[in-house]
Design a protein. Structure first.
Length: 276
């Protein structure tokens, strides 16, 4: 437990509270301090976010409606394109399922039942990239704080510096190339563990107001980190099985040849990514 406490104290504190073990001697002496520190950090981040009105001299919207208004005033479509790009990726990854058995008001009033499902709010977070073009970026995130902690484990380990150094050392000793990549909308590749729905906002276009069941691990959900970790872990195991089969077929293969190097590079990459 000490290793988990050192690497992810907030996650461990939240888990202990959700599991009703916060009063146990092993947890009671440090949990309140960690949670107070977490609350102070969150409060400062929120304050800074709402105070930030411009970045690189460009006005930053706080809502989708404000983003559309800025585009209208400036005669551009930069924020609109950013929103459309984000929503297109989300739909392509199957993040939502339309629910046509009633409206959001029917569900809230109890006229229509969705057993086991909770309502959650979602919003867009906006930013500007320092890429020379000041590209606008939008990210659709869930208000995870509005839902009850899921019953499934939400802890997701994080790769340590030592693991990365060992991987780089192994690559250097075997004269292997070190490659890296960025997984676009990484969490959305994993399935959502929670039973939640959201009322579609203006970013959904013609579907605004409809009830959407969340099917993928949106950023902001309590379980998304663990869902992504488990998904990439399963991918890693499948790749290792593939590598072991290849080695069994060619037991005397030189690890520095092209094909084996490719196996090893991807293996190392995913073993590191497994913990992110």
């Amino acid at each position: 437990m000490q290793e988990i406490l050192d690497s992810s104290p907030v996650k461990l504190a939240e888990y202990s509270v959700a599991a009703n073990i916060a009063e146990e001697p092993a947890f009671a002496w440090w949990i309140s301090r960690i949670l107070r520190k977490r609350n102070r950090i969150i409060a400062k981040v929120k304050s800074r976010y709402w105070k930030t009105t411009h970045k690189f001299g460009i006005q930053m919207p706080k809502t989708v409606a404000e983003a559309y208004e800025i585009d209208h005033i400036t005669g551009t479509n930069n924020w609109t394109l950013a929103i459309e790009k984000e929503m297109r990726k989300i739909w392509e990854l199957g993040a939502f399922e339309k629910w046509n058995k009633g409206t959001s008001e029917d569900i809230r009033s109890g006229k229509t039942k969705m057993p086991g499902y909770e309502e959650i709010g979602c919003h867009m977070v906006f930013d500007i990239k320092m890429d020379g073009k000041f590209t606008r970026k939008a990210r659709y995130v869930a208000n995870g704080i509005e839902t009850e902690p899921p019953t499934a484990q939400t802890y997701a380990s994080v790769v340590s510096r030592d693991s990365v150094r060992i991987a780089l050392l192994y690559a250097a000793l075997n004269d292997l190339e070190v490659l890296s990549c960025d997984v676009t909308n990484a969490y959305l590749n994993a399935n959502c563990r929670e039973k939640i729905w959201v009322q579609a906002g203006p970013e959904f276009g013609e579907d605004e107001g409809l009830v959407m069941i969340i099917k993928k691990a949106l950023y902001g959900l309590k379980s998304s980190g663990a869902s992504w970790r488990n998904m990439i872990s399963q991918t890693n195991k499948q790749m290792w099985n593939y590598i072991l089969k290849a080695i069994a077929i060619h037991p005397h293969a030189d690890p520095r040849n092209h094909s084996t190097r490719l196996f090893l590079v991807f293996s190392l990459q995913f073993r590191v990514a497994m913990k992110t």
